[in-house]
Each structure stands twice: as C-alpha cells, then as structure tokens.
Write a protein of this length. Structure first.
Length: 339
C-alpha cells in the first residue's frame, strides 16, 4: 500500500456501516452565517430537524458555512457558531465533516476550530493538493474488519475558496481568464476542482481496486457543482431529473476532468454539490447521479419550500446501488417550519 493511500485511509475515528448494514449521509450546505452578528436561530432548528428525521451516520456540510472573507468575525464567535449549530449532532454522537465553499476563506474559518470537535472528521487532506479539504472518508464494515477494504467511500473535494476566478487561485495572470460571451453557465471562469485533486482521486481509486480486488463504490461531495451538473439541468427528461431549478446552475465553467475520471474509474455513484441555494435538482448522467442539495441558511436568500438536504444511503448488501432523496425542512418541522 502506498503511503498516500495509507494516510488517506486513516481518519480520526473510523466510520462504519451501522448495525442495519446501512450508511446514511445527510448533505447540507450554504448556511452563510453573517460577519459580526448572531446567525439566524432557525438554522439550528432546521438542521436538528433534518438530523432527527433521517438519523444519518454522517452529516456532511458542503461549504459556505460563512458569508464573508472574515468568516463570522472572530475565532471565538466561529467556535460558538459551530458549537451551537452542531450541538445536537455532537450530542447524538453522529460523525460530521465539512469542506469550504467559495465564501469561506481559510483565514475566516480556521481548520483547527473544526478539528477540536470530537465527532468532526474534517481534515486538510494531502498537503500536495491545492486548497483545503480534499480528503477521503472510508466506510468500513460494521465489525470494523479492514481486510477486505472499505464498503464504500466518501470523497470530499475543495472547489476553492476564492471568489470565483480560476486564475486567482492558481496564481496565474487574470487576463488568462478569457471571458467569452457564450459560456455554459454565465459564471465564466468560476473555479472548481483542480487537476491535481482529480489525479489524487484517480490514483487512490485505482490502487484500492488493485488492493481489494473490486471497485469501492463512492460518493463525491463538493461545494461548486461540476460542469456536468449543467447538462442534467438542460436535459431533465433524459437524465430522469427530479427536484427544482430556480436559479442558474453555478457550475465550474472550466472542466478539469473530475467527472470524466469518475466515469472511467466506474466507482462513483453520486456527485453532490451545494452553492446554488434554490436548486434541489438531481439526475443521472452517464451512470452517475448528480444533485444539488439546496441551501439551508436563513441569513441568505433561499426558498422555504426547498430548504433541506440531500440524503445518500449505501447498503452493505449492495453498496453500488445507492438510495437518495432530498429531505425538506418543511416536512421535518412541526407546522412546516418557521417563517
Ligand atoms: Fe457558494
């Protein structure tokens, strides 16, 4: 086993299939806590209601926990914020993890604040990778035996914290971003997963297949959607799309090949992203389910009837065949949620 894979498989504590042979993930995002003042208390109520309704084995926060470059204003306030919104998840002993979104500057949400929480599995990941928060969370059998490898894998990708420009996060001249009048999404030169992260996934995925003699089914989480998400939105019938698209899909406009790598590897069952607050769309393109989780925060724009999270469920009996649905806050709170 290479050192890269050995490190990637080591997590603060191991994730395991639950006693029913299931591993259920709740993916939420886009809380957008404001800088310098208290966050809307409805966020905590909504998150707690989603957690109680689906009792996940992992809560994954797919970015934009804060809104400004300065985060919520101070490290002390950030600690209070995370302690407040994650208190219920922590008390239930449920594992959780996060990645940054384009609104989260690393200076604004220092990683050590997160790692101090006992059930938080967020890590920076391999230091050779760009950004912060590209890492693997293997899910082992319920008995903890590692001999035959993980049952399934959670892949977390940073789509970079800069406010958009691909050139900016690569340190390249801004004039290298050619802003063509006709782009996929209208968000031209938005940043996404970089090639070194795609290569990292490819290498680990291939090594695990060689080591364990099978492809390990997985789900990828990221903040900004991959470019192929746009294709699902444009082809709802053929992709079997469900859910809503109420704003333009803010996908990365420069395709750096992650979807193609996942397709060629053949182990990724779903790619779930945040970023767009009023999109809950999900459809299958080339055998991979692509979805947006809708926003959850109340300090930012959003639609009450869409607020919620995306649930992904693996089973030990057939880990390659996932179950997934959008869980609405209004279906989990008494009275349909506060206005
Ligand atoms: Fe975002």
């Amino acid at each position: 086993m290479t050192e890269t894979l050995r490190c990637a498989l080591e997590t603060k504590f191991p994730l395991r299939m639950n006693e029913k042979g299931i591993f259920r993930i709740l993916c939420v995002s886009d809380f957008h806590a404001p800088c310098g003042r208290r966050w809307d208390p409805r966020l905590k109520k909504a998150l707690d209601a989603l957690v109680d309704a689906c009792l996940p084995d992992l809560v994954f926060i797919a970015g934009d926990l804060t809104h400004d470059d300065e985060g919520v204003g101070s490290e002390k306030l950030l600690r209070e914020y995370i302690a407040d919104i994650m208190a219920h998840t922590e008390e239930l002993g449920i594992a959780w993890a996060h990645i940054p979104g384009n609104h989260d500057r690393e200076t604004g949400i220092p990683p050590h604040v997160f790692s101090a929480f006992s059930h938080c599995l967020s890590v920076r990941g391999d230091e050779k990778l760009s950004g912060y928060g590209t890492y693997l969370l293997p899910v082992w059998p319920h008995d903890g035996c590692r001999e035959n490898g993980p049952v399934c894998c959670v892949w977390a990708f940073d789509t970079h914290t800069g406010l958009g420009r691909y050139s900016e996060s690569l340190g390249l001249p801004p004039e290298w971003d050619l802003n063509l009048p006709k782009m996929h999404t209208g968000f031209s030169h938005d940043d996404g997963v970089h090639f070194n992260q795609t290569a990292w996934y490819w290498e680990l995925s291939a090594e695990m297949e060689a080591l364990y003699g099978r492809k390990i089914p997985g789900v990828m989480f990221m903040h900004r959607p991959p470019t192929e998400m746009y294709l699902v939105g444009k082809n709802p019938t053929m992709t079997g799309m469900t859910g809503e698209i109420r704003e333009e899909i803010g996908a990365a406009d420069i395709n750096t090949g992650l979807f193609a790598a996942a397709y060629e590897r053949g182990d990724i069952r779903a790619i779930i992203s945040g970023h767009d607050h009023i999109n809950t769309c999900g459809g299958t393109y080339m055998g991979i389910f692509l979805a947006e989780d809708g926003g959850l925060g109340y300090d930012v724009y959003g639609d009450d009837d869409l607020r919620g999270g995306r649930v992904i469920e693996f089973s030990a009996a057939n880990p390659g065949d996932i179950r997934t649905w959008h869980l609405h806050v209004q279906d989990c709170l008494p009275g349909g949620g506060e206005k």
